[in-house]
Design a binder for this molecule. Structure first.
Ligand SMILES: [Mg+2]
Length: 416
């Protein structure tokens, strides 16, 4: 249906490498790495290789040593050659770590956001690998940020439980949609109470101007809208293109160029100001985020639950953003990403930067029905998940139907 289509990704086939850690109790650690189709077999091979490293661990020991485990998963000298700290093996490390965090919180009987929020500042800091980021954030500074928030935690948690965190939607904005479908879905999004709507852009300037003109006509001059180019431009093109859309009063321009091009983002940010620049869904590690923050390249930081090395690395990313006073507005356009990343945003709202107007969490209305606890969006806000765990566990029936290549969907031509 071209759900998920944008200027770079013309034919997405939403997929995931799914991980399940088995224990000698009934609980399992479930996680996934979102992909958009081909390449899953490579992702799965990497996960299988790294997962060997945690076989046989005791769960309590694993929690006590989670910082060391994270470091070890990224430190195998031969596998590291295929990174380092980026790409398939880094995402595989994230899958293994996220499965462990799922186990930790299920074992405690709480959702991950609550598990993280109840951890001490020292435990959070101990979970982070500060290698390569200590020039931007030291363990002592991280501790200070967390300790500062400590006395607000119970009040922040009460606000979170009663009002959730604001969501924005990308559902109306896929590039493959007709203007009619886009406007119809925009109307629905307004009705549903979303506080920002995002649209794909970057294939044709005249199309972008036409679409944004129609959108502005519908939503009015002040309603926050953002656009997302998904990396299609060179730096110079990005600057010209974005500046010729200034009249549309954009809340942000997302992924204007290659995700590793920190200096390019910094130049774009300078030359399209005051239009804010956002990126991060494909920022491969905390090291890229560090440079984006240090070089003032972003006004909005978009972490992703399955791109980096799991919860551990996202703890570092959120704390770096707090130090640089940049809001974290997580990316969630993909299967399971909303369910997973909401926990990090909620932890941020309770235990790091608190509740503030800069945070808005992406929401897309696809494939939630496969998850044990689909996101709960109410009046345009993510409400807290209730089930223990980190959010990625799918219904067994969905797994049985769609697992490749043995599921009914593939074997028997079932079309649901
Ligand atoms: Mg995006």
């Amino acid at each position: 249906m071209l759900d998920g289509s944008d200027a770079m990704n013309a034919d997405p086939d939403y997929s995931a490498a799914y991980v399940r850690l088995m224990t000698d109790s009934p609980i399992t650690g479930d996680s996934l790495v979102f992909t958009i189709g081909r390449g899953n077999e490579i992702q799965i091979a990497a996960i299988n290789i790294l997962a060997e490293k945690i076989v046989g661990l005791d769960l309590d020991d694993a929690f006590t040593n989670i910082g060391a485990i994270a470091k070890e998963l990224s430190s195998d000298s031969q596998l590291r050659w295929l990174g380092p700290d980026m790409g398939v093996f880094h995402m595989a490390a994230g899958a293994v770590l996220n499965s462990l965090w799922d186990l930790f919180s299920k074992n405690k009987g709480v959702p991950l956001w609550k598990f993280l929020s109840d951890m001490s500042s020292e435990e959070i800091v101990a979970a982070i690998d500060f290698r390569y980021i200590s020039d931007a954030l030291t363990p002592e500074e991280a501790l200070e940020i967390l300790n500062r928030a400590e006395s607000h935690k119970s009040k922040n948690e009460a606000i979170l439980v009663s009002t959730g965190v604001p969501a924005y939607t990308t559902t109306p904005g896929w590039l493959g949609y007709s203007d009619e479908k886009m406007l119809h879905l925009t109307q629905e999004a307004l009705h549903d109470g979303f506080s920002l709507i995002k649209y794909k852009c970057g294939k044709s300037l005249s199309d972008d101007r036409r679409r944004l003109g129609k959108i502005r006509e519908l939503v009015g001059p002040d309603f926050p809208i953002a656009i997302d180019a998904n990396q299609v431009w060179d730096v110079g093109v990005a600057i010209t293109w974005i500046n010729s859309l200034k009249e549309f009063n954009l809340r942000w321009i997302e992924e204007p160029t290659h995700p590793d091009d920190v200096l390019g983002h910094a130049r774009i940010a300078r030359e399209v100001a005051p239009t804010p620049v956002a990126t991060g869904e494909m920022a491969s590690s905390r090291i890229i985020f560090k440079q984006l923050l240090q070089s003032k390249a972003i006004s909005v930081m978009q972490i992703d639950a399955s791109r980096v090395a799991g919860v551990n690395e996202n703890l570092a990313n959120v704390l770096m953003a707090a130090k640089f006073n940049i809001p974290v507005c997580p990316h969630a356009g993909g299967v399971g990403l909303c369910e997973m990343v909401q926990h990090i945003a909620m932890w941020d709202s309770v235990a790091v930067s608190g509740h503030h107007s800069g945070r808005v969490v992406e929401y897309v209305d696809h494939l939630h029905e496969h998850f044990l606890e689909p996101t709960n969006i109410s009046r345009g806000r993510y409400m807290t998940p209730q089930l223990p765990g980190a959010g990625a566990q799918m219904h067994q029936s969905s797994i049985d139907t769609y697992i490749f290549p043995t599921g009914d969907y593939w074997m028997n031509g079932v079309r649901i």
